[in-house]
Design a protein around this ligand. Structure first.
Ligand code: AHM
Ligand code: MG
Length: 335
């Protein structure tokens, strides 16, 4: 049972038996993510103070190579996961190809692969706006004992065993699911401990916030344009409020608490939208469904899509169930 103010460490131990395959490996994996999150949080917080905001590859005043925070975050997560030898493979939005982790005695016996966007919304870093880490965990599908293959990563989102995000915002939160609801933990930075602050998070079924980059309006499909017009009409609880941070984790986090829809449709500028199926949409869709919301590409549930490549992009509609259904109605009508 989730108890408010429980630490994340206590929560993981107490809920371990809920995991489908309870060998402790998934718990250790979540623990490793918790640790890497604290490392990245520390770096994000001091970003304004130290000389790490330049372009990766630049040289700072001390003659050291500068790294952008997204590169630092990527390395922090990879290093933490590799050192603990608890996954057999890592896919990252920052890397062209997946990384194979040999495991203890190079036996390739670890069960899980992880896919992640180590620091999403990186264009927000330089202007002190919230950013996030997104992660998605699957059991490998190829036989244990041999190196992972691309098939282990290209699984439909329905197969996820856990997913979550870390939001580096006014406070730092880790929100995750193992398929038994969604729980949010807030970091007490003074002692470096995450506490359960948001037990059993739920999207309100209906909401009044829509989040989309309206600058792209003229390039959107007709169904999306019609839905945006519907959001702006004067009727019932409409017009809705428009809120768009341009940082996926923050936009979804707010909408989950307040009720709303996030959209990144395809457009004449981006034929498949912008967001990545494996690193962004699938984990957010799993969390959203576990919180009673809905996520789709406008027609089909995100979690039912069969990925074809690691860095594949898809249109994304995600949020309060009734709002996403309404957007889908508009899409279907203008086929
Ligand atoms: P990134 O992975 O390069 O950071 O891009 C993903 C981000 C999301 O966080 C955000 O919702 C979206 O891109 C914003 O895109 P745009 O500026 O086109 O509206
Ligand atoms: Mg991203």
């Amino acid at each position: 049972m989730a108890r408010k103010n429980q630490t994340l460490g206590e929560f993981i131990i107490e809920n371990q038996s809920e995991f489908k395959y309870s060998s402790g490996e998934l718990s250790r994996l979540i623990n490793a993510i918790r640790l890497a999150a604290k490392v990245v949080n520390h770096q994000v917080n001091k970003a304004g103070l130290v000389d790490i905001l330049g372009e990766a590859g630049d040289t700072n005043i001390q003659g050291e190579d500068q790294q952008k925070l997204d590169v630092i975050a990527n390395e922090a997560f990879i290093k933490t996961l590799k050192n603990r030898e608890i996954v057999c493979g890592i896919g990252s939005e920052e890397n062209d190809d997946f990384i194979t982790v040999e495991g203890h005695n190079d036996d390739h016996k670890n069960k899980y692969v992880i896919l992640m966007d180590p620091l999403d919304g990186s264009s927000n870093i330089d202007v002190n706006v919230s950013v996030g880490t997104i992660f998605s965990i699957y059991r490998r599908v190829t036989p244990s004992g041999s190196p992972v293959t691309i098939e282990d990563f290209l699984q439909p989102g329905r197969n996820q065993v856990a997913a979550g995000y870390i939001i580096y915002g006014t406070s730092t939160m880790l929100v995750y699911t193992t398929g038994h609801g969604v729980n949010g933990f807030t970091l007490n930075p003074a002692i470096g401990t995450f506490y359960l602050s948001h037990p059993n998070m739920k999207f309100p079924e209906e909401g009044s916030i829509y989040s989309v980059n309206e600058g792209n309006y003229t390039h959107f499909p007709q169904g999306v344009k019609n839905y945006i017009k519907y959001c702006q009409e004067e009727s019932g609880n409409r017009p809705y409020t428009s809120r768009y941070i341009g940082s996926l984790v923050s936009d979804i986090h707010r909408n989950m608490i307040k009720g709303g829809i996030y959209m990144y449709p395809k457009s004449s500028l981006n034929a498949k939208g912008k967001l990545r199926l494996l690193y962004e949409c699938n984990p957010m869709a799993f969390i959203t469904e576990q919180a009673g919301g809905k996520a789709s590409d406008g027609y089909t549930s995100i979690l039912d899509l069969q990925p074809k490549e690691l860095h594949e992009r898809v249109p994304f509609f995600c949020g309060s169930k009734k709002m996403v259904e309404k957007a889908e109605d508009f899409m279907a009508k203008s086929l």
